[in-house]
Design a protein around this ligand. Structure first.
Ligand code: CA
Ligand code: CA
Ligand code: CA
Ligand code: CA
Length: 565
């Protein structure tokens, strides 16, 4: 770190010291970052009038910090071609991660795990056909099959779900998680549609008709005997088949829990600190076989995101109560429907209901909510003015933890221990009556967790997330770039120096190919002779050299600026 940079900032931020006194005493602080999320289907364009970037500007203005970007839906991926075919001709997900960071927003890959095809000949059809070698794998055996019709299907006509109980489906999704987790800078992965479709015939006596496919029947009979084919014995809740019905239902729920576990294993094999969340129903319909309390107690998922989309606040309250009661220590993030207030409570009423249940993390359905200026204002005002617990390190109470807070801390403690006063209690992290290096270290840890994850481990993957944004400028927004640590509007070598100070695990500087602690022309020579995978995407190519060259240029220009100071 260059202390001079922050001294300069501290002077210009002296006005920020006012709010410190207001919240000093008697305040309890949350230790985790508030999740202010939004779900979004990727707009076709990254930039322009109705683009992803336009949405990001709106989100930033509203105070949104997390983007759940629809990354797998209808059987194709928003990322690069790989385990599944790609929706776009370029790697949209990668672009979205870098673009979102400019607006201080983290990206989660929102994955509709069970929804593999839309339309009889839709994009996802290849998932259920035997494809030529070299093509993405598919199999007709992977579809859900209804006991009522013997056919595949989904919640509605034209929808086709995959059978999450099938090991082939689980394996493909697990491989997809490996692929997604390799995206540097990806903050989280969310499984949604992690279930079977709704009951397709409510007049028969089987409320759970999915999936009576060949694989599931055989697997069940392997456990309970060939005399117990579910299609004959487990299709009614009443009479002598009722016991079999319950047992087959339990078996299917366990398979969908296993599917969640396989996803988690895929993520953990690459990046175990990625936040794995589940969009779920507090009270799922029986047909769905969505046993989320077991996902929580088994430690499979990190966040429960109940889609509390009811028409009354009492329904939202009920959903949150149920989720809280079975959360098993997992974070609860309320999923709220805000695209329209027709048949839905106002945003404020929904937020107040969440607060009354102790839930101050939310995700809004969906992005276009914040195309409306009044909605942006409503959320931002709520975030700033309601008495939710603040993060300790957010010293200026703007609901962001950034350079302004860093400066505010340094304005009070800049190396010499300071006795705590009523106005500065908040800075005494360890409560020993003095503000010193120990508190400063704890502040920096909180500052780093805001950018790199609650686990508090700042490592090579964190560095890669930062490094791929090197040279980026702040978006046209008041929000800081996620990696503009010193708040000067650009991500450059000065921020890199701060990163190395924040790192809890020594990170190899990718631009330092010679490993001599300096990034300079020697590293470029080395790259030309023995190329390294600077971008850490698994491929060594010209893009790595470009990254290295850009990194060196940025470093040089920053060094020159530093000299001029
Ligand atoms: Ca039925
Ligand atoms: Ca702040
Ligand atoms: Ca202290
Ligand atoms: Ca900067």
């Amino acid at each position: 770190m260059k202390p001079a940079t922050f001294t300069t900032l501290a002077l210009s931020c002296a006005a920020l010291l006012g709010p410190l006194a207001d919240v000093a005493l008697g305040q309890t602080y949350r230790t985790t970052r508030q999740i202010r999320g939004v779900w979004l289907r990727p707009p076709v364009f990254l930039r322009g009038t109705t683009s992803l970037e336009t949405n990001l500007k709106n989100f930033a203005a509203a105070g949104v910090t997390d983007l759940f970007l629809e990354t797998f839906y209808e059987g194709v991926s928003t990322g690069r071609p790989g385990v599944f075919r790609a929706r776009f001709s370029y790697d949209y997900l990668q672009e979205a991660i870098v673009l979102s960071a400019r607006y201080g927003i983290r990206v989660h890959a929102w994955v509709e795990s069970g929804f593999w095809q839309f339309g009889a000949n839709g994009l996802g059809t290849y998932n259920f056909t035997i494809n030529p070698p070299g093509e993405s794998e598919g199999n007709p055996e992977w579809r859900v099959i209804s006991s009522a019709t013997g056919q595949s299907g989904g919640d509605q006509a034209e929808w086709y779900f995959a059978n999450l109980a099938h090991p082939g489906v689980q394996n493909k999704l697990r491989n997809y998680m490996v692929e997604l987790a390799s995206y540097q800078g990806l903050w989280g992965i969310q499984t949604d549609y992690h279930r079977y479709p709704l009951d397709d015939n409510t007049t028969d006596s089987n409320p759970a008709p999915w999936s009576f496919d060949t694989y599931s029947r055989n697997a069940y009979m392997a456990l309970y005997g060939t005399a117990n084919d579910p299609l004959l014995k487990a299709i009614s809740t009443s009479g002598s088949s009722g016991t079999q019905y319950s047992r087959f239902l339990t078996w299917r729920k366990a398979q969908l829990t296993e599917a969640a576990r396989q996803l988690k294993l895929g993520i953990d094999s690459v990046a175990p600190r990625i936040e794995f969340s589940a969009a779920m129903f507090a009270v799922p319909a029986t047909a769905k076989c969505q046993d989320w309390p077991n996902w929580a107690t088994a430690g499979i998922i990190d966040w429960l995101v109940p889609m509390a989309y009811g028409q009354l606040t009492s329904s939202i309250s009920n959903d949150l109560n149920i989720t809280n009661a079975a959360a098993a220590g997992r974070r609860v993030v309320a999923g709220l429907y805000t695209d329209s207030t027709v048949n839905h409570p106002t945003m404020i009423d929904q937020l107040a209901t969440c607060a009354s249940r102790g839930v101050n993390d939310w995700s809004f359905f969906s992005g276009p909510t914040f195309a409306d200026a009044a909605n942006r204002e409503t959320l931002n005002t709520y975030i700033l003015n309601t008495s939710q617990p603040k993060q300790r390190g957010d010293l200026n109470n703007d609901a962001y933890l950034d350079a302004a807070d860093w400066s505010a801390f340094r304005a009070i403690y800049s190396g010499s221990p300071v006795t705590v006063t009523p106005a500065t209690t908040r800075l005494d992290y360890n409560g020993d009556g003095v503000i010193n290096e120990a508190d400063w270290t704890l502040f920096k840890s909180e500052f780093a967790r805001w950018r790199f994850g609650e686990a508090g481990v700042i490592d090579q993957r964190s560095y890669n997330a930062f490094f791929q944004c090197l040279g980026a400028t702040q978006g046209t927004s008041t929000r800081r770039h996620l990696f503009d640590f010193n708040g000067d509007g650009v991500v450059d070598a000065l921020d890199r120096a701060i990163f190395l100070q924040l790192a809890t695990v020594p990170a190899t500087d990718p631009a330092d190919a010679t490993q001599d602690g300096q990034s300079n022309i020697e590293d470029l020579y080395r790259q030309n002779i023995t190329p390294a995978d600077i971008s850490a995407n698994g491929v060594t190519d010209a893009a790595d050299t470009t990254l290295l060259t850009n990194g060196l240029r940025v470093g040089e220009s920053a060094a020159m600026r530093a000299q001029r100071r």
